[in-house]
Design a protein around this ligand. Structure first.
Ligand code: 5GP
Length: 494
């Protein structure tokens, strides 16, 4: 005979599973799973998800927890139940005695005694966890762990069944299903904006791939004894910039009041970075916090940001790690083809951990006054018997790279491999072998991070698609143009 507790567990699993077989959105299905878990466990429950840097955890769907507790701030993955993200369940019987809790005083204030954390896995990688917060001191049993693990699996199943995924997109964008799903999960956030300008600001942040959380933390400003009498909840937290943003488009009287609160917050929490922002200051903010030319670019013909500065850095770091591993003990020469490669090359070699040499080449491109491609700047180092890794900004038709590889092969390197930041595979004419690829890009004209259009845009920290009004004329309808015309439209002296 099943006990009362077992019956409650069956019922909640049945209800949560039924949500998957309904027409609920991903957000609604996850909310249902969280609510059913909370009812079964008779405790507060939250689904916390990793941001794209995998350094922060964000409460994304909760039940039975106070706003004050939820708004205690974004959690750091290394300070808050860190082992859960290695795929292990974590049960903490007494939160006041455990160093794995990031905000023990706030947990105590909220009356939380015990916490159970179970990973939510997508294709073998943790993307977050379901956390159970019990007010009663609890020694979580195997049965409890099994229930929450089942709920975490249902959350993954909700995700699989509700994330549109097409193979063609995979080929074009170079995204794996796991990446697509993790991104879909991150977008599950309950946001009811207090003001339309906040929604607009969120769109601007999304446009630039800047990750944000809406109102994640309330800062107590004044107390009457133990009781908090005044709080301040900034509108946004930009995790990648570790910056809070408070928007204001309101009347001067309210601005004065907000300024007073901000002064108080800065006095009490000097380590917190916060900016008060007028709508007209959006662009200035982006410029100030490392996304300088972004705002400028938006007005100058970029139709879409493909990869933000943070995404590029993350990918370049992964490439550097892989290349360092593969070239251990081989002391390669890394050869960049100038000039579009300069940003990528500089970032790549600085993250490599194996000894290496650096050299550059430059070659002429197709133009009316040159009949054949030629080397305009040769390498300084001798490649005979050395391991050579060619580094390219973008491989498009493959003709440039094919020429350079043939030229180098004739000089007897011990090995010859290719690393390109971008692969525009859709336009390939010559099947050149690529050993390391940063991103596969769609058949569009891209600029930024070293890549130019008529010498402009090289200094953008991100990679974007040039809008149709600026695009090289032949690019707009290149299905009708000859190969030579297409190349002429894209090739400029680098
Ligand atoms: P391929 O010989 O592979 O057709 O051309 C490679 C060169 O063409 C690159 O090194 C780059 O200079 C230029 N190129 C090709 N596609 C693009 C693009 O989308 N944007 C920019 N800025 N240059 C491109």
């Amino acid at each position: 005979m099943a006990t009362g507790k077992e019956r409650a567990y069956y019922k909640s699993v049945r209800r949560a599973a039924a949500a998957l077989n309904s027409d609920m959105t991903l957000k609604e299905a996850l909310d249902t799973i969280v609510r059913c878990t909370a009812r079964a466990m008779k405790a507060g429950v939250s689904l916390v998800l990793l941001d794209s840097t995998r350094k922060k955890l964000i409460h994304s769907s909760s039940w039975g927890l106070s706003q004050t507790y939820l708004r205690k701030g974004v959690l750091d993955t290394d300070k808050s139940l860190a082992e859960v993200l290695t795929g292990q369940p974590v049960a903490i019987a007494d939160v006041s005695q455990d160093s794995r809790i990031q905000y023990p005083e706030l947990a105590a204030k909220a009356g939380i005694s015990s916490i159970l954390g179970i990973p939510v896995m997508v294709s073998g990688t943790a993307v977050g966890s379901i956390r159970v917060y019990s007010k009663e001191p609890a020694e979580f049993t195997n049965q409890d762990t099994n229930l929450v693990t089942t709920m975490a699996n249902l959350a993954t199943a909700a995700l699989h069944s509700r994330t549109p995924y097409h193979e063609t997109e995979e080929t074009q964008q170079g995204e794996s299903q796991a990446q697509t799903e993790a991104a879909a999960l991150r977008q599950v956030r309950t946001v009811t904006y207090a003001h339309p300008s906040e929604e607009e600001f969120a769109h601007i942040l999304d446009f630039y791939h800047i990750e944000w959380v809406y109102e994640p933390r309330s800062f107590p400003l004044n107390w009457d004894g133990d009781r908090v009498t005044e709080m301040f909840t900034p509108d946004f937290y930009l995790a990648g910039l570790d910056l809070y943003v408070e928007l204001t488009t309101l009347k001067q009287r309210l601005v004065t009041e907000k300024n007073r609160k901000l002064r108080r917050l800065r006095e009490l929490y000097p380590e917190i970075k916060i900016t008060l922002l007028y709508k007209k200051d959006f662009d200035r903010l982006l410029a100030k916090y490392g996304c300088g030319p972004l705002a400028q670019a938006r007005g100058h013909g970029i139709s879409q940001v493909l990869y933000s500065s943070a995404e590029i850095q993350h990918r370049v770091g992964a490439l550097a790690e892989q290349i360092s591993r593969d070239y251990t003990g081989r002391h390669p020469i890394m050869v960049g083809v100038l000039r579009g490669v300069f940003c990528f090359m500089a970032d790549l070699v600085r993250q490599m951990t194996t000894p290496l040499d650096v050299d550059f080449m430059a070659i002429s491109y197709y133009s009316e006054d040159s009949s054949a491609v030629k080397i305009t700047k040769d390498m300084n180092l001798n490649v005979d018997g050395r391991h050579v890794l060619m580094v390219e900004d973008i491989v498009d038709t493959g003709m440039t790279l094919n020429y350079v590889l043939n030229y180098l092969k004739a000089r007897n390197p011990a090995s010859l491999a290719v690393c390109t930041l971008l692969d525009k595979r859709a336009r390939r004419l010559i099947d050149v072998p690529l050993d390391y690829t940063g991103f596969e890009v769609p058949d569009e004209f891209v600029v930024g991070y070293g890549l130019d259009y008529e010498e402009e845009y090289r200094n953008l920290p991100f990679i974007g698609i040039l809008g149709p009004e600026k695009r090289p004329a032949k690019e707009r309808g290149h299905s009708k143009t000859s190969v030579a015309e297409r190349n002429a439209s894209q090739k400029r002296p680098k």
